[in-house]
Design a protein around this ligand. Structure first.
Ligand SMILES: Cc1cc2nc3c(=O)[nH]c(=O)nc-3n(C[C@H](O)[C@H](O)[C@H](O)COP(=O)(O)OP(=O)(O)OC[C@H]3O[C@@H](n4cnc5c(N)ncnc54)[C@H](O)[C@@H]3O)c2cc1C
Length: 384
């Protein structure tokens, strides 16, 4: 739902200019130094980009999901790592609190997440539990008005920068599945909480992941999201529905950028006495990219509108994430192909995108897991 088209247009134009003028020129520096320049992060804070999905009464912009998707289309037309630093605050690192948090939790944490003063991370994955997230073994044992948490979380985005974690831990040891899982807010400076070394990744350099290790970490019972044990897995899945749609939007934005670069190259580069963009086989690659981006963009917007109308979008979010992530991989591959040998060389930047976008088919549920969610929803709806 678009609430005020004029304000939204100004916001999208401002973000578009910021991406072109500030982020695109800094892409190589961010990758080479494995750090987003501090002045760019500060500018993102000033622009409110850490809190566009957080409700206005807690200091954010309170965008609808359709508006959020449109913002992500713009914000992602550069190396996706720039969005990633604020991505957890607008998504998996805050949404548990936004969707299911108590009023006190919202008032305590959301304003600082919205301003970017605090970074929020989402800690679900473990060394032994990835796609099968409900089998997680990090445990939280009640001890008076506190819990003692033990376990290790793996590949946690923005963990090295995080001030708080939305942590999924098992409070009911008798239950091996989703029903025994509780979501906690854990502060970074809690004694017993340590981080592993920063992971060396294939791409998205400048964005960081690491293990988060809990050894007898004492967390107040008041930090259970929503205040009730056993609801954590449901919270995590609600968070992921929204997050998957936003990843689909990011895939659309990055694909737009890769296609722009490929088109520009196709119009500059000459072989056999003419522009390579005049060859029909190259045109076919360009046309396939344009068509698939259009499809992903349309389905993502439609699912967002459905969410804003109050409907559940579990199936649609998986369809969008699955299609858009796979589409983004195909666009990256064609963009490299159109660049020929230059596409394989770091200087042209397209090889960096090729590595960066590989992640989209893996995190927040692999493509195979999206297929399973889609099919399971279909079978359930058919009464099976
Ligand atoms: C850069 C990065 C950032 C991440 N950030 C976070 C984060 O912030 N928070 C967080 O909690 N997690 C995070 N993750 C973890 C991510 O969500 C998991 O890596 C992902 O869900 C896959 O889990 P896995 O790595 O254990 O793979 P596995 O589950 O071991 O899967 C391996 C392969 O088996 C396939 N497979 C598994 N089960 C099935 C099945 N039932 N049917 C068919 N195929 C199957 C998978 O599709 C995949 O191809 C991040 C990962 C990366 C790489």
């Amino acid at each position: 739902m678009i609430r005020d088209q004029e304000t939204l247009t100004i916001l999208l134009d401002t973000i578009g200019r910021f991406v072109r003028e500030r982020c695109v020129p800094a892409e190589a520096v961010a990758a080479d130094t494995d750090r987003i320049p501090d002045d760019i992060v500060a500018e993102m804070r000033r622009m409110g980009l850490f809190g566009f999905a957080i409700p206005q009464e807690y200091g954010g912009m309170g965008l609808t999901l359709e508006e959020e998707v449109l913002v992500n289309f713009e914000l992602s037309q550069c190396s996706p790592v720039f969005r990633s630093i604020s991505g957890t605050n607008n998504g998996i690192g805050s949404m548990g609190i936004v969707i299911d948090g108590t009023e006190e939790q919202k008032r305590k944490y959301l304003p600082r997440l919205a301003s970017g003063e605090l970074i929020g991370s989402f800690a679900l994955t473990e060394p032994g539990s990835g796609s099968d997230a409900a089998s997680l073994t990090t445990n939280a044992r009640r001890d008076g008005d506190h819990y003692l948490i033990n376990g290790t979380k793996r590949f946690i985005t923005n963990a090295p920068e995080a001030g708080i974690f939305t942590l999924m831990a098992r409070t009911d040891p008798a239950s091996k599945g989703a029903s025994g899982v509780t979501a906690f807010i854990v502060e970074r400076d809690s004694p017993g909480l340590t981080l592993g070394p920063i992971d060396k990744k294939m791409g998205q350099r400048g964005g960081h992941t690491s293990d988060v290790i809990f050894q007898d970490v004492k967390v107040p019972a008041a930090n259970i999201i929503g205040g009730k044990e056993g609801m954590g897995f449901k919270t995590a899945m609600k968070v992921l529905d929204k997050a998957r749609l936003n990843i689909a939007a990011v895939c659309v934005g990055v694909s737009e950028r890769m296609l722009q670069d490929a088109l520009r190259y196709a119009l500059d580069r000459r072989q056999f006495g003419q522009r390579i963009g005049d060859f029909q086989l190259v045109q076919a690659m360009l046309a396939d990219c344009r068509t698939e981006i259009f499809a992903a963009r349309s389905m993502t917007l439609e699912a967002a509108r459905k969410h804003d109308a109050g409907e559940r979008i579990g199936l649609e979010a998986s369809c969008c994430k699955y299609f858009a992530a796979e589409m983004c991989g195909r666009v990256a591959d064609r963009a490299v192909q159109i660049h020929g040998g230059a596409g394989y060389m770091a200087e042209y930047g397209i090889e960096r995108f090729y590595r960066d976008v590989r992640l989209f088919r893996i995190y927040e549920g692999t493509s195979q897991i999206q297929q399973l969610v889609i099919a399971r929803n279909m079978i359930k709806a058919a009464g099976g």
